[in-house]
Design a protein around this ligand. Structure first.
Ligand SMILES: NC(=O)c1ccc[n+]([C@@H]2O[C@H](COP(=O)([O-])OP(=O)(O)OC[C@H]3O[C@@H](n4cnc5c(N)ncnc54)[C@H](OP(=O)(O)O)[C@@H]3O)[C@@H](O)[C@H]2O)c1
Length: 266
């Protein structure tokens, strides 16, 4: 098998949560470029339909499931049942959907139970629910790959940024627990830790956030896709339980990347 063949995802099908925008959209498009059919999942129909047009233009099959809130396990179970019934074998799950803002900037005593559940559910329970729903299908069909998305906050803890840091740290541990549990079932669990990425390519120009980063810039959205393809492909067949940072050196720079004290409030 040639080196490029080892990155080929032809015949595979990937569920990507939060696939309508940002990093999820980029990963869905790159996985499709590498050959995978895509199930795009999110709450708003517009972005889910738009990314579907781009996936189909690449010659891949696409199923859009909008109106699905991945913090609700019943909706997640229905989504996975529909995905596997309409697409056949699903071999990749990208747990990308997440929300950074819940309770951010509030002090600990100010945080409500609702803040706690919102932050934990959108960033951690969602990945747990999706993995739990798909694993029986993966076991039945010879295995697959679960790709989780954490954050630098999952490594370094955040001042007054409790739920996001705690949930994203949990995502790293979920990856390890899945990897260890299913290592002999041909199911790999891997994780990407993005540094700062813009919502759109124009955002960096508007914010100038890159000046505070070791690399002197924030990430380009297009840089996430090749890493997702690698981690989901046969070329990463012996990689499991691992989190790969893509952050231009931010975590390598220490607790305060490039001298920036990580305050949630900016
Ligand atoms: N951008 C960064 O700098 C960065 C850095 C580190 C980690 N991350 C992580 O990367 C992931 C993607 O972030 P992003 O920056 O690309 O943000 P984004 O553009 O806001 O994308 C999040 C996507 O997830 C979907 N989503 C959110 N909550 C959902 C829910 N409860 N149910 C279903 N879908 C939901 C959203 O669509 P709907 O609102 O339509 O549902 C949206 O398409 C997140 O896990 C985030 O924590 C991002």
């Amino acid at each position: 098998m040639s080196i490029l063949d080892q990155f080929d995802l032809t015949g595979q099908c990937a569920i990507v949560t939060g696939s309508g925008t940002g990093l999820g959209r980029e990963m869905a498009l790159h996985l499709a470029e590498a050959g995978a059919d895509i199930v795009g999942v999110g709450r708003r129909p517009g972005p889910i339909e738009d990314v579907g047009e781009e996936v189909r233009a690449k010659g891949r099959r696409y199923l859009g499931i909008s109106g699905c809130d991945v913090t609700d396990s019943t909706q997640v179970n229905e989504m996975v049942a529909r995905a596997t019934s309409e697409m056949g074998r699903v071999s990749i799950l990208v747990n990308n959907a997440g929300l950074g803002g819940s309770g951010r900037g509030k002090t600990l005593p100010e945080l409500t139970d609702e803040d706690w559940h919102s932050g934990i559910d959108s960033n951690l329970s969602s990945a747990f629910y999706c993995s739990r729903a798909l694993v029986p299908h993966l076991l039945e069909h010879g295995g697959g790959t679960i790709l989780n998305i954490t954050s630098g906050w999952g490594f370094r803890g955040g001042r007054n940024n409790f739920m996001y840091s705690i949930a994203k740290g949990g995502v790293i541990q979920l990856t390890k627990a899945l990897a260890m549990t299913y290592a002999r079932d041909n199911i790999r669990a891997v994780c990407i830790g993005p540094g700062l990425f813009p919502k759109t390519e124009e955002e960096e120009v508007l914010t100038g956030l890159g000046e505070k980063q070791p690399a002197g810039r924030i990430g380009f959205l297009r840089e996430i896709g090749p890493l997702a393809v690698y981690l989901c492909s046969p070329s990463a067949g012996y990689v499991s339980g691992e989190t790969v940072l893509i952050d231009g050196g931010a975590i390598a720079a220490g607790l305060t990347p490039a001298g920036l004290a990580p305050r949630a409030e900016g």
